[in-house]
Design a protein around this ligand. Structure first.
Ligand code: NI
Length: 424
């Protein structure tokens, strides 16, 4: 099946094409460029008139099923917030996780997010939701050492890899996920790293989210979490490092040297008052920083357009430098850098040879008019609700308010039912 998307203002991630066209066959982009140069022979045509087409957004750190916890524990100290979250999470079962992930998928698809990295529990049910929704995802079973059965959880993570890595036509990748320094032992870090190396996969972990976490790590081991993870050998495998808020210059040098895929979660960091990650500094050191929403309990949406704007203005305001974080860099964070962080090498740019993960926004929306500077509009003016079409792997998942893979009423009903079952 060959599909043509024409009459679009195309931003490929590398260049802008005024009267653009994409030709897609079996999920792969055959042609991206001027409409006048587009080859003939498409069976299906999508008229993108009045639309801006860009790479689909890549949400590189999330806990999708936490959509069920939307609105829980607002305006509390981190410890009190966790004490509201944990009892609800203790009641979770696989059905709840499936329902919460379907709700997350619905929200993400409608806002142009085409792929996400998820660290949580009952991940077989998350994987089913990825298959059913048609999204792309990097999945991992979160492991904490407390309770003493971390080996069993690690083996569940390995089994998840064996069952799902490469599934759904390659749309699913599986990493291993020791949760963070403060929730695991050095022994678990060693075992998880060895297992990841053996499976030729990576690790998804929280790193230096708060100053308190760093201080406690220093008390335990005399060094920062970044130095600790390097010492324990974890950076020998590919790592998605969520947050990296409280990092110093030496930490940044290590993260850059080890090519750790840092994921910035500005809304979550601001809501939990964790601090501002030194993203400008990390980028200057050569780190390819990606963008994430984190869980909905600390965001409270999965609208990466909101996180893009926040990522840009936070650096400017914090550094008192309006030239910090220009729009091209923010767009790169939310697309190509996220795809690479998740291990999807052929996603995140709309050029020939790449997979067709994309979104089309309504260019004629009031908040995107006039279209004087398209890229500035995408970062500072656009909202997820401006998205009118979302495509993953060449398949349309959402168009003009309609979901093509999900039953909206059913997903909303089941999610609400699961939230009640959690005592919310
Ligand atoms: Ni997180």
């Amino acid at each position: 099946m060959t599909t043509k998307i024409e009459h679009i203002l195309l931003y490929t991630g590398l260049r802008l094409v005024e009267d653009g066209c994409l030709l897609i066959r079996d999920g792969a982009i055959l042609y991206a460029g001027e409409r006048s140069g587009c080859p003939e022979g498409a069976q299906g045509v999508i008229d993108g008139k009045g639309g801006i087409c860009m790479p689909g957004l890549c949400n590189a750190h999330a806990h999708a099923a936490m959509t069920l916890l939307r609105g829980v524990g607002s305006d509390l100290q981190l410890q009190e917030w966790l004490q509201q979250i944990w009892p609800a999470e203790d009641r979770l079962n696989g059905e709840h996780v499936y329902n919460g992930t379907m709700l997350a998928a619905m929200e993400m698809i409608s806002r142009g997010i085409t792929s996400f990295a998820d660290q949580y529990f009952f991940m077989d049910d998350t994987a089913r939701a990825v298959v059913d929704s048609g999204m792309r995802a990097n999945l991992s079973r979160g492991i904490v050492s407390t309770g003493g059965n971390d080996e069993q959880k690690l083996q569940e993570g390995v089994r998840l890899f064996e069952d799902w890595n490469g599934a759904a036509d390659g749309r699913i990748k599986v990493y291993l996920a020791p949760h963070a320094e403060y929730t695991t032992t050095p022994d678990l870090i060693h075992r998880a790293t060895r297992a990841a190396a053996r499976l030729n996969t990576g690790i998804h972990i929280h790193i230096s989210e708060t100053p308190r976490e760093v201080e406690e790590c220093r008390q335990r081991y005399g060094i920062s979490p970044v130095r600790y993870f390097e010492r324990e050998g974890m950076f020998e495998v590919p790592v998605i490092g969520a947050h990296c808020v409280a990092v110093d210059d030496e930490d940044i040098a290590i993260l850059a040297r080890r090519q750790v895929k840092v994921v910035h979660n500005p809304a979550s960091n601001m809501k939990l008052a964790s601090g501002v990650a030194p993203v400008t500094k990390m980028m200057a050191a050569g780190i390819d920083v990606a963008l994430g929403t984190d869980g909905v309990a600390s965001n409270n949406t999965t609208d990466l357009f909101a996180d893009m704007k926040l990522a840009a203005i936070l650096q400017k305001g914090f550094l008192m430098d309006p030239t910090a974080m220009p729009v091209e860099k923010v767009l790169h964070m939310a697309t190509r850098a996220g795809a690479l962080a998740m291990g999807f090498e052929n996603v995140g740019v709309l050029e020939a040879g790449m997979r067709a993960d994309l979104l089309i926004l309504d260019k004629d929306a009031p908040n995107l008019t006039p279209s004087t500077d398209v890229l500035a509009n995408l970062v500072y003016a656009a909202q997820g609700l401006n998205v009118r079409l979302t495509m993953v792997d060449g398949k349309v998942l959402y168009k003009d308010g309609e979901y093509l893979t999900l039953d909206k009423e059913k997903v909303l009903f089941e999610a609400q039912k699961s939230a009640h079952a959690l005592g919310l």
